[in-house]
Design a protein around this ligand. Sequence first.
Ligand code: SF4
Length: 148
Amino acid sequence: MSQQENWYLPYMDKKVKGIEVVERPAQVAVFYCTGASNVGQSTVLGGNEAARRLGYDRAALLCLASISAGLKNISRAAAEAKGIVAVDGCPMQCARRTLEKAGFNVEESLVVTRDCNVPKSFILEDAAAITNVADAIVARVEKIETEK
Ligand code: SF4
């Protein structure tokens, strides 16, 4: 398995299907809102950078839309994760609210406009916040690791 592979989701997919896997320690699950604004897009790009820095044995990027769709592999991945970070672009907090509506406990919530001090705009190429967002995600993953 490659160090660059976001392996937790295909691993959990096999478990849900009853395919034998070598058990691995749980990581922190990171869900991001993927909004159609500069701050929404920064949740995707910042999440990718944070996972690259931490490594995929510590942070798993998971699909928020699959929670809404009720897919079993994602639901089990979220339930068995070490903890959950919800990364949202703005105070609407679509990621956090979607997860909580589905019954999950969100240990750490990051809101880019609030916590990274980035005003919301609809210039999607505005990449200025990505490093700040990645730093903030890394800090929240490390906080959960320290507490559990
Ligand atoms: S949290 Fe804000 S930026 Fe993200 S999807 Fe919701 S409305 Fe869009």
